[in-house]
Design a protein around this ligand. Structure first.
Ligand code: DAK
Length: 260
């Protein structure tokens, strides 16, 4: 597939997806959301891809938000529709992928950009990153899951502060809040993501997929997370990965997981 707004690169088991609209600081427009949906779907279907790293082109921005020029004239109905579509096609979609996604936050992550990073499973940020949800300064609220995911990650008090002030915080502050996993220099950002990706790639894709489903279950309305864990735990016993993992341990060798 020919993409206009994103770049795809594969290195061994890691797929790199780069949002490539640097002149607009990688702002998310409708077309980019569509393209990301296709790219993530294809990466998920590719058994060779064990980890996805999502980043923004050049060194100024991860994503500086939803494309303000695109949504400036939306009506109430259009706003609701676009928000629901965004949840389904991108934000909830990423969160519920079986393949882990690491956000490599390489600059501004604002509004929809921070919401995108928060939908990923892990966030590594360079020390020039600035994080914020400035929506209320534009007369809207975060509409791609930000009110929910930020409160889950940092607690209600900090989430309220960030949303109501529309202010930006540094990567280091983000880390102390629990929003960012690791902070690096800009040069070390990709190597740090790759180091994590390499560690993840050695483990059972089936077990990782079950772990994602079990962790996410806690945040789903009407779902008992403990029950989901029991179900996912049980499922692992029917996988070849489980047989390989336990056999390899007993045979004192490294496991080679196929993800089956
Ligand atoms: N959208 C469109 N263009 C953007 C953009 C954005 N979010 N952010 C930056 N740009 C463009 C600028 O317009 C400028 O383009 P030209 O004027 O050169 O054509 C170019 O990127 C470079 O930006 P600046 O010249 O402003 O660069 P500075 O270094 O001076 O400032 C900045 C960097 C990141 C502080 C500044 O660009 C900025 O404040 N950007 C806007 C940040 C922001 O407010 N983001 C939006 C948050 S609200 C929805 C669901 C969700 C949302 C909306 C709707 N529906 C379902 C309908 C979510 C909304 C948000 O994300």
């Amino acid at each position: 597939m020919e993409y206009q707004n994103i770049l795809i690169e594969q290195k061994e088991t890691v797929q790199y997806i780069t949002i490539n609209r640097p002149k607009q600081l990688n702002a998310l427009n409708k077309q980019t959301i569509e393209e990301l949906n296709i790219a993530f779907t294809e990466a998920e279907e590719d058994s060779n891809t064990r980890v996805i790293i999502l980043t923004g082109a050049e060194d100024k921005a991860f994503v500086a938000g939803a494309d303000i020029k695109e949504f400036a004239n939306f009506s109430i109905e259009e706003g609701k529709l676009l928000s629901a579509e965004g949840h389904t096609k991108l934000f909830n979609f990423i969160e519920n992928l079986s393949t882990p996604v690491i956000a490599a936050v390489n600059g501004f992550a604002l509004g929809g950009g921070l919401e995108l990073a928060m939908a990923c499973h892990l966030r590594v940020a360079s020390n020039n990153a600035k994080l914020g949800l400035p929506e209320v300064s534009l007369g809207v609220i975060p509409g791609y899951g930000g009110t929910q995911r930020l409160a889950q990650l940092v607690g209600k008090g900090k989430a309220n502060e960030m949303i109501m002030t529309a202010g930006m915080i540094s990567a280091e502050e983000g880390q102390s809040w629990g929003l960012i996993n690791t902070v690096t220099t800009p040069e070390e950002l990709m190597p740090a993501c790759e180091k994590i990706a390499k560690k993840i790639s050695r483990n059972s894709p089936k077990a990782i997929s079950s772990a994602i489903a079990a962790v996410n279950a806690q945040y789903k309305e009407g779902v008992d997370g403990y029950l989901a864990e029991i179900t996912e735990f049980g499922k692992c016993f029917g996988t070849s990965d489980f047989k390989e993992g336990t056999s390899a341990f007993m045979e004192k060798r490294k496991a080679v997981f196929t993800g089956e």
